[in-house]
Design a protein around this ligand. Structure first.
Ligand code: FES
Length: 154
């Protein structure tokens, strides 16, 4: 199992460029994928785009479509892009759904986890992958390893 950081941010930077003027597009794209912008994501984005963190906070508070709170304690994003799909991503989905007793798009009754599907996390070489809260990506998963990852966040 391998782990990388902030894949969604890197993916948006590849799309929009690593420059201060890409800030809104990058934040927007990350939120689309992850559902919200964590403090760690904001800090990382500020560093990567060479923008002061105060400016990033300013943008996020000015535009009310940006969300800095998540709907559950942890958002599990399961990649179902082509690379992950062909490497048994579906089995990973089933294992996580069974373990948490929820389906994709749902939230556990204790509010701890929600489950989302994403098209590509930009880490296809590590397929199949999941990301927790958009901060960490875990790759080369088996259904058993995926459940082990979830247990660490309980
Ligand atoms: S298809 Fe899953 S990371 Fe790209």
């Amino acid at each position: 199992m391998e782990k990388t950081k902030y894949p969604q941010v890197e993916m948006e930077i590849r799309k929009w460029g690593s420059k201060p003027s890409s800030l809104i597009q990058v934040l927007h794209g990350v939120q689309e994928g992850v559902g919200y912008l964590s403090q760690n994501v904001l800090k990382y984005t500020a560093e990567r785009l060479n923008v002061p963190l105060s400016k990033v906070y300013g943008v996020v508070t000015f535009y009310n479509f940006f969300k800095t709170q998540k709907d559950a304690d942890h958002i599990i994003m399961i990649c179902m892009g082509t690379a992950c799909y062909v490497k048994n991503g579906e089995e990973v989905v089933k294992a996580i759904e069974n373990y948490l007793s929820i389906k994709l798009g749902e939230k556990t009754s204790d509010g701890k986890f929600s489950l989302q599907i994403v098209r590509c996390l930009g880490a296809c070489g590590l397929a199949p992958v999941i990301s927790i809260d958009g901060d960490d990506v875990y790759g080369k998963l088996t259904p058993e390893k995926a459940v082990e990852v979830i247990k660490r966040y309980q």
